[in-house]
Design a protein around this ligand. Structure first.
Ligand code: NAD
Length: 471
């Protein structure tokens, strides 16, 4: 689906006209595509700041991932002395400042108003010359001592600060995220690849997100992006739809064998897609009671097991509650919720879902905020959020994680059916002022599927460009 405003926003004449009218054209986002490559932050200039004790160790992992590190004026150099970095003498007069592609600030351990003010002071200066499409990540810690009320207060104050900054930077295509890490080495190890993902252009359509790093699932041997799907078997339902196809392509590009599932009536298209990625076509209509056993048999008889479940198939049957027939209610609940829960539980119980596996369900910002005319859809999508949270606890000892991805407005055949004006509003209500692309969702799913995503568990990742709904 084309977004004509975004398409012409590159034209100088159009930009001048919009400026005159006091309207900002949507920014052109800089996106990365699979395969991920060995170094996620290759040649990216990243400014680091803050006083937390994690600044040194985490920055070292960014250097390993290919980043060039710059330190803020006045930063105590001993924090980062053991690694290559360039110390900026000034925010304003340094020509380096406008080459920054990312900023990482360690606010963990913040326990005074003076430190909160330092956070303000740092960004007040750093944003002066920051160009567009920059990625900002702020680290906070989850205080172990629940009685430390001031630490908790300040940690939440940082979130409010970061979410506001996300709204201010969005018009330039820049993004801001907060990672809340548990104290201790394990939390830090898992937070590092999360920070790398959000400092990269693989996360271009995610902003204003708070990620609480989880240590629930058994630790993997290492936290990798590149190659971590090689040899894995992935099931993608709704494979020939907009997000489905993008996901199939991205995961196949990472080396996964993809089981492509869609309606029986789409058999031909499905087989063509499966052939293109060297995968397996599974023509099966979801929403039937025998889906779990039928699917288990197909998997057992074909590849023998599955490592990653991407429950992407979904439908809308919108009507206000007064007009919603029982049939429309049942259809949406059975395809978008019931069959997902039952298939997942059956594949886990039968051992077909392997250890260190992944379950990723496509929820929606409608599931977070509710939406007019979508009581069936929102109910199903909200149910999924609670399901992954509960299910993740039952399989954590096997190293399996379960999460939802909640897309905002994504340009696909599903949203192409929305009336023109509603579609325009849907796009512009995002901080990034546009709809996302299937690749944005595919990148998030690929990240959650990799061993690098082990620290995101039992939660929901919004990929919505900072949409007003559900933020
Ligand atoms: P889409 O309509 O382009 O694709 C959906 C696919 O699912 C289609 O290929 C369809 O044939 C398949 N499918 C539907 N019902 C099925 C069934 N019973 N059995 C087997 N296959 C079935 O949709 P999309 O925009 O790519 O959305 C994918 C997922 O993301 C859905 O779960 C949707 O609810 C969710 N989502 C999308 C958006 C968006 O803006 N596009 C926003 C929020 C959530």
């Amino acid at each position: 689906m084309k977004d004509s405003l975004l398409d012409i926003s590159n034209s100088r004449l159009f930009q001048a006209l919009l400026k005159k009218a006091g309207v900002n054209p949507p920014p052109v986002l800089s996106r990365s595509k699979s395969p991920w490559g060995e170094q996620l932050l290759r040649d990216r200039n990243i400014l680091i700041g803050g006083e937390g004790e994690h600044l040194g160790p985490l920055s070292k992992t960014f250097v390993k991932a290919g980043a060039n590190i710059f330190t803020a004026p006045g930063l105590n150099d001993s924090t980062v002395s053991a690694m290559p970095h360039t110390a900026l003498s000034s925010f304003e007069n340094s020509e380096k400042m406008n080459t920054m592609k990312g900023i990482f600030y360690d606010a963990s351990g913040m326990d005074s108003y003076a430190q909160l003010k330092e956070l303000y002071g740092f960004f007040h200066q750093a944003l002066l010359n920051l160009k567009g499409n920059a990625r900002v990540v702020i680290l906070t810690s989850i205080p172990q001592d629940q009685s430390h009320v001031l630490k908790q207060t300040l940690s939440q104050a940082v979130i409010g600060f970061a979410k506001s900054m996300a709204k201010e930077l969005g018009p330039k295509g820049s993004t801001v995220q907060i990672i809340q890490s548990p104290e201790g080495k394990e939390g830090l190890d898992r937070s590092s690849p999360i920070a790398q993902f959000f400092l990269s252009d693989f996360s271009a359509f995610i902003t204003g997100q708070v990620i609480c790093t989880s240590t629930l699932a058994k630790a993997p041997e290492n936290y990798n992006f590149a190659g971590s799907l090689a040899g894995k078997v992935v099931l993608v339902t709704g494979a020939i739809g907009g997000i489905g196809q993008g996901t199939v392509m991205a995961m196949a590009a990472e080396g996964a064998h993809v089981l492509c599932l869609d309606h029986e009536s789409n058999k031909e298209k499905l087989e063509a897609l499966a052939k293109e990625v060297d995968g397996t076509a599974i023509p099966l209509s979801l929403g039937q009671d025998d889906n779990p056993t039928k699917l288990a048999k197909i998997i057992k008889d074909s590849v023998g097991h599955v490592d990653i479940l991407v429950h992407n198939a979904g439908i809308t049957r919108d009507k206000t509650l007064k007009r919603m027939s029982e049939k429309l209610w049942d259809q949406v609940i059975s395809v978008n919720l019931k069959s997902i829960v039952e298939i997942t539980e059956h594949l886990a119980e039968t051992g077909l879902l392997r250890d260190n596996g992944r379950v990723i369900c496509l929820s929606s910002i409608s599931g977070l905020a509710g939406n007019f005319g979508q009581s069936n859809y929102s109910s199903a999508k909200a149910g999924l959020i609670a399901f992954v949270n509960g299910f993740s606890k039952t399989v954590a000892d096997k190293g399996i994680t379960a999460n939802c991805v909640a897309p905002g407005f994504i340009e696909t055949p599903m949203t192409a059916k929305i009336p023109f004006m509603t579609r325009q509003f849907g796009r512009r209500l995002a901080t990034l002022s546009q709809g996302g692309l299937p690749i944005d969702i595919a990148n998030a799913i690929t990240f959650l599927s990799s061993s690098a995503g082990q620290g995101v568990n039992g939660t929901v990742l919004r990929v919505c460009g900072g949409h007003l709904m559900g933020a």
